[in-house]
Design a protein around this ligand. Sequence first.
Ligand code: HEM
Length: 100
Amino acid sequence: MLSWEWQTLLEDLYKRSYIIVGAFALSILIALGVTSTKNMMRRLGKQWSQLHRLVYVAAVLAVIHFLWLVKSDYTEPLIYGAVLTTLLLLRTNLFSLNKQ
Ligand code: HEM
């Protein structure tokens, strides 16, 4: 009985793979949240910045999650995707905005 339910659950997750992507993004955000206290920042030192680069991964996963779950009108997730792409491009040095 329980094994049948497990199978249904797994089949469901397989059919709705966007849930796994969302759960992955959420796990990253939780990890970043719990390591954002002053104490944790001090303890992690340099590793803190490395770990927190995962925010880029979380943002991309969130857009994929939304694009994937939408059934017909892609407008909203595409707007998020465009905003994210713009922000990521600005984060690079491509536009020389970070000149000092
Ligand atoms: C365990 C984690 C997550 C689960 C299980 C989950 C699951 C879902 C489900 C079931 C939907 C609705 C699908 C439908 O309408 O048929 C949804 C919508 C959505 N999720 Fe997630 N999600 C998770 C994490 C996240 C995260 C971390 C983000 C963003 C950072 C996110 C952003 C969205 C957005 C933007 C929508 C569309 C809302 C709308 O219809 O206007 N989700 N998610």
